[in-house]
Design a protein around this ligand. Sequence first.
Ligand code: FES
Ligand SMILES: [Fe+2]
Length: 359
Amino acid sequence: MEPFDIDPDIRRARSLPPRAYGDPELFARQRERVFAPSWQWCPEAGAVTHDGDAAPFTLLPGCLDEPLVATRARGLVRALSNVCTHRGHPVVTCAARASSLRCPYHGRRFAHDGRFLSMPEFTGAEGFPSADDDLAPVSLERWGPLDFVSLRPAVPLTEVLAQIDARVGALVPWRLSRHAGSDRDYEFDANWMLYCDNYLEGLHIPFVHAALSEAIGYDDYRTELAPWGTLQLAFARRGELAFELPDGHPDAGSRVAAFYAWVFPNMMLNFYPWGLSLNVVQPVGPLRTRVLFRAWTWDESLRGQGAGSGLDQVEMEDEAVVVASQQGMRAALARRGRYSPTKETGVHHFHRLLARALG
Ligand code: FES
Ligand SMILES: [Fe+2]
């Protein structure tokens, strides 16, 4: 499809062309220009807890589909390409602990840092081995309890997360426990951008989320823009759970119920007084999306109260409107929409970042 422009002035801007939500050619371009340079959550890096451990995984299945492996050697965790430099077979096929990584196809061996070690029947091969015979390294960075990888990082992770770190980093006691009981994977028929659009505005909350509306105020709901994302602040109604913000915090004195941080292109970090809920929006295809919900708690006794309660219910309500909108986007008579200048600055910002990344 033809490239689209998003006017920098939200009062004049028109939103994405309906065809953008599902166009296969645009989806392929997003894979290269939006997702390959992005940072993606990498839980496997936390799974290699001992030297010699290796855990294979596919980065963004259905979108990037990149075979990678997390390894650990001398206490250092790395991410590497899991594609054998001989003829492409996966080097590590299941999580294991061993002294080296051995490709099951013809026995090429690698160290846990990716260095080529040995290969049968290659004496006589000239200029062999060279650096091209090592497994390619992949950028891996950590923030709090979370690890991230990037195939071709456009911007360092610290820069991407700077706004969140400045606002929320100090509030979070980083001794978090993973709350596996609340793990959820949702899948539905809609383009991933529609799910993000919906997340990025509070305009729909009173219409779509009756229970959530009772916990948070609508009029003071606020969106702030940052170079690589947005931060939405929801404020607690009287009697509802709020953060205890220390003096000197930019929001000290107000009763913040939740900080909803979105990181371009597809990650949401939702901070509640009880902990963190992470949502990763994974495009599985132009018209299919998977969303992972993972949680970490630091005050289990508060979980289930305030803005961060009933997350399942809120998700079902969001999915229903997103799937219905996707139907509309495919209609012959669908048109480009407009943005609410007061309540849709986050959506406008997302579309501007997309337009810029797509060039
Ligand atoms: S493909 Fe790995 S050794 Fe041949
Ligand atoms: Fe919602």
